[in-house]
Write a protein that binds this ligand. Structure first.
Ligand code: COA
Length: 186
């Protein structure tokens, strides 16, 4: 299992989704606006409470990954989500993914969160390697990876399948020996 996550960085609080988020998450789901929600978030308002009280935590307890809310600390507003998936705790690796609400982009939130969660994962989270994959036609995400301090490893040709078309992925990673470059001492 992963330990509980509470990261305060800049203006952001990054923590697991929790029952206190019911009103905001229900509003997103009801509006059909999923841009601040993680993959696997509920599709209907009736499923929000079980997801917040159980499913989200179970994922962390099982060591599969974490679903985290990116919250503006001074207002409590959920501006996006970030998470770890495909975790292999024995091997010490996981993949990071993120999304910022469409109205809150361009303010550095994804970069701050991607950097902070990698630091957490490579220290308190006990991991050794965080992979980050971004489609080549997603320059904003590639820019986030670069700005957050991930290292480009290459291109995974036609590795992403959207149901109709295959897309190349830019492959990035951060490993524990990169941490000193981010000013982190272990
Ligand atoms: C990718 C995403 C998370 C970025 O969130 P964000 O909070 O706006 O990111 P930041 O503000 O930290 O940084 C965005 C950077 O991308 C740049 N950018 C944005 N759109 C761009 C474009 N079309 N071309 C080139 N650069 C672009 C911004 O200028 C900024 O870089 P800068 O600071 O050097 O100017 C957001 O666009 C999003 O949620 N997209 C949909 C979900 C998604 O693609 N997730 C990633 C899956 S791998």
């Amino acid at each position: 299992m992963f330990p509980p996550v509470k990261i305060v960085t800049g203006a952001l609080l990054i923590r697991e989704f929790a029952p206190q988020d019911a009103a905001q998450v229900t509003a997103f789901v009801t509006a059909g606006d999923r841009t601040a929600l993680p993959p696997g978030a509920p599709a209907s308002a009736a499923d929000v409470n079980p997801w917040l009280t159980s499913t989200v935590h179970q994922r962390r307890m099982d060591g599969d990954g974490v679903h985290l809310a990116i919250v503006r600390e001074h207002t409590g507003e959920i501006v996006g989500s970030i998470g770890l998936r495909d975790a292999d705790l024995a091997a010490g690796r996981a993949e990071i993914g993120y999304g910022i609400h469409a109205t809150r982009r361009g303010q550095g939130f994804a970069t701050e969160a991607a950097r902070a969660v990698a630091r957490w994962a490579l220290t308190e989270g006990g991991l050794r390697r965080i992979a980050l994959h971004a489609r080549l036609d997603n320059p904003a995400s590639i820019r986030v990876a670069e700005k957050a301090g991930y290292r480009r490893e290459g291109t995974l040709r036609q590795a992403d399948w959207d149901g109709r078309t295959a897309h190349d992925l830019a492959a990035f990673s951060m490993i524990t020996t990169d941490l000193p470059d981010l000013g982190v001492t272990r």
